[in-house]
Design a protein around this ligand. Structure first.
Ligand code: 3MF
Ligand code: MG
Length: 346
């Protein structure tokens, strides 16, 4: 039965940002974390996605201090009536992990990555979530011959196992992306990570977060990817956004580039009861650099609105007509039917 879920929304604090890009500095004033938290409910969101160092000032401090700071963050969340959806180790900014963490050639980097992942788990425990997201940004190569690729896959499984072993209550979610910052990322797609899931010590606790733009950058269709992970019962989070072609990760408003593609994702999520197990509809969208301070949250509320409006279209779709068109293999009328539904003309 479709539609069991009441959709709840989340985003990460990095989605409210100052607009700096690789070619130019910040153009908006920084928004304090406490201020960002106050915006969540106003914008229609119930949960916060964290990097480890969003939750605490630094993880490279004595453990008690880190835990104390995580406790303060938990109280701030409780105060705003917000939940923590996941915590992700930000392994891509530290000098030790310049050439990757779990799959680095340097044992010190690998050790740092593992220790930091365990600290992420400690933070997640305090924040009250069991979801650990891995976006393995620098696990991969710029120069193909620089690493042993087979060994990298093995090291990846070992790292996931070390996390599962460290805390028997956590779940690990891979958020895969084929490139950027690396030329070639290891485990570039959801399918690659799913294959790792089944090699892990406790496959039931390993799953995925699918980001629309990441699937598109891999030349894949996000709705088909989501359906595949849902079949495996491993779609535990999403980063909805949009993407114009194969270039850098644009993180555009959900549906801004291709509304039908956004509709397809909502259809798959709705039909498969995504959210019924407590999963959030996460957004990973960036305000354009042109936006003024006052307008730099519109991409978030707007993406949520588009999702909910597409949900209305999904619910109104004449399923009998859809089945008829499928059965008669009349795919052109099917396509027109969907496009007209999106225009309110079906
Ligand atoms: C990079 C991303 C990241 C991750 C985040 C959580 C800025 O392409 O999508 O968002 O989602 O770091 O893992
Ligand atoms: Mg993302």
């Amino acid at each position: 039965m479709a539609g069991k879920a009441q959709f709840r929304f989340s985003f990460g604090p990095w989605n409210i940002h100052e607009g700096a890009d690789v070619f130019g500095p910040a153009v908006r004033k920084p928004v304090q974390f406490a201020q960002k938290l106050k915006l969540y409910k106003k914008l229609g969101f119930d949960a916060v996605q964290f990097h480890d160092d969003d939750a605490v000032a630094s993880v490279d401090v004595p453990h008690e201090r880190m835990i104390k700071e995580a406790g303060e963050m938990r109280r701030m969340l409780d105060g705003e009536g917000l939940a923590a959806e996941f915590v992700a180790p930000r392994l891509w900014e530290h000098p030790l992990t310049i050439d990757g963490g779990y799959t680095s050639n340097d044992p010190k980097a690998r050790q740092y990555a593992l220790e930091r992942s365990k600290k992420t788990i400690d933070i997640a425990r305090v924040l009250g979530t069991s979801n650990i997201v891995l976006w393995p940004a620098r696990e991969g190569v710029y120069v193909n011959e620089s690493k042993d690729h087979r060994l990298a896959a093995e090291r990846f499984v070992q790292a996931v196992n070390a996390m599962l072993d460290y805390d028997k209550a956590i779940r690990v979610l891979g958020e895969m992306k084929p490139n950027e910052p690396m030329d070639q990322s290891y485990l570039p797609t959801t399918g690659h990570f799913l294959s790792i899931c089944y090699l892990a010590s406790d496959p039931a606790r390993v799953g995925v977060l699918i980001e629309t733009a990441h699937a598109l950058l891999a030349g894949l269709d996000p709705a088909v990817e989501m359906a595949f992970a849902l079949f495996h019962r491993k779609l535990w989070s999403v980063h909805l956004n949009d993407q114009n072609g194969l270039k850098f990760d644009e993180d555009r408003i959900f549906g801004a580039v291709n509304l039908k593609r956004a509709f397809d994702q909502v259809l798959v999520l709705y039909d498969n009861d995504y959210g019924a197990g407590g999963e959030y509809v996460g957004l990973d969208v960036k305000a354009l650099r042109t936006q003024s301070d006052e307008l730099a949250t519109r991409h978030l509320s707007g993406s949520r609105e588009i999702f909910l409006q597409l949900l209305e279209v999904v619910k109104k779709i004449d399923r009998r007509r859809l089945e008829e068109l499928r059965a008669s293999r009349n795919y052109e009328d099917l396509e027109l039917f969907i496009i007209k539904s999106l225009m309110g003309k079906a």
